[in-house]
Write a protein that binds this ligand. Structure first.
Ligand code: DGY
Length: 324
């Protein structure tokens, strides 16, 4: 009798080359039409799965693992962030967790820098003005923004994306400081010309604070009313990591009352909701979680996730495991 093919559940539509990798390794199921599955449906879909390829929208915890059953060997998320996964609960059941670091670094840093340029040069505001049909004419003091050259970028979390953001900032003539759980290697500090600071000093001295730390219990609401008040009134906040790192209500208040100058946000506390206090403000640039959203990057992420799942099913080491 031929050995049974593994059952692979793919929770959201992913790029075709990745689907081909998975189909070669097992019987693939994914929801038709593509949609985020509510917890009950997700649990039902996962029942009997050997591998689950998931996204950041899926709550993957012990209850999920129990619903999937004892055959589940790997949860492979198509994301670098894995705050939606209870890694300890899965590891204790012998389930391998993998993510997709590296392949989305440049795309995410590009988007973060794009948001920074957007808000400091008032691009969204200018576009809204034109689309509204408001009369305007060139004037030497019309819609002046803030330049970046000579300013200081304070990076919170100098991982791969934070480092890529620092390199972009250097190319724009900015000075870089950073805070992180661990100090970077001296060679990297030298390459980036980056100064290590504790968070309070980074907040008070930076012209731009850009968040690149993962969401953990320690970083939830890291940027709250107090942190915002510590920033310069002329400073900008950029968030492309996870929404809950920022207290969004506090940010809306700070932006509307001039506590800081502006913000660029790609992620939100209660996605897909955006705090209503932000929507009417001109000094915030908003994007709908597009950090890694290029064709090339999303394809690379999906392929890496597929290869991780297939490696575990074959009894091999995955390429990019999450260490529990
Ligand atoms: C991630 O990978 O964690 C992003 O938020 C989505 O690409």
């Amino acid at each position: 009798m031929a050995p049974q093919r593994p059952r692979i559940v793919v929770t959201r539509r992913i790029a075709e080359p990745a689907m081909a990798i998975l189909r070669a390794a097992g019987d693939v199921w994914s929801p038709e039409p593509d949609r985020a599955l509510p917890a009950d449906d997700l649990h039902k879909a996962a029942a009997g799965a050997d591998a689950v390829v998931s996204t950041l929208q899926d709550d993957i915890d012990g209850t999920f693992a129990d619903a999937a059953g004892p055959g589940l060997k790997v949860v492979s998320t198509v994301a670098v962030g894995y705050d939606n996964i209870d890694v300890a609960a899965l590891s204790s059941r012998g389930i391998v967790v993998t993510n997709t670091p590296g392949v989305l670094t440049d795309a995410t840093a590009d988007l973060a820098f794009g948001l920074l340029l957007n808000v400091t040069r008032r691009l969204g505001e200018g576009e809204r003005l034109l689309r509204s049909g408001t009369p305007w004419s060139f004037q030497l003091d019309f819609m002046l923004g803030a330049g970046l050259g000579g300013k200081t970028l304070g990076i919170v979390g100098l991982g791969q994306i934070g480092t890529a953001m620092a390199r972009r900032a250097r190319a724009f003539g900015m000075t870089v400081s950073y805070t992180a759980r661990r100090r970077a290697a001296p060679e990297l500090e030298t390459e980036l010309g980056a100064t290590y600071l504790a968070l309070p000093e980074l907040l008070t001295s930076s012209d731009v604070v850009s968040l690149h730390c993962p969401l953990t219990p320690e970083t939830r609401h890291l940027i709250d009313t107090g942190a915002l008040a510590a920033m310069k009134p002329s400073a900008y906040l950029i968030n492309t990591t996870r929404g809950p790192v920022v207290d969004e209500a506090a940010l809306a208040t700070a932006l509307s009352s001039g506590v800081i100058a502006g913000a660029g946000l790609d992620v939100f506390e209660n996605e897909p909701e955006v705090h209503p206090g932000l929507l009417g403000l001109d000094n915030v640039a908003l994007a709908p979680h597009l950090g890694s959203a290029t064709v090339e990057t999303r394809t690379a992420m999906a392929e890496l996730a597929a290869r991780n799942a297939v490696a575990v099913l074959a009894g091999d080491e995955p390429l990019t495991p999450v260490r529990g």
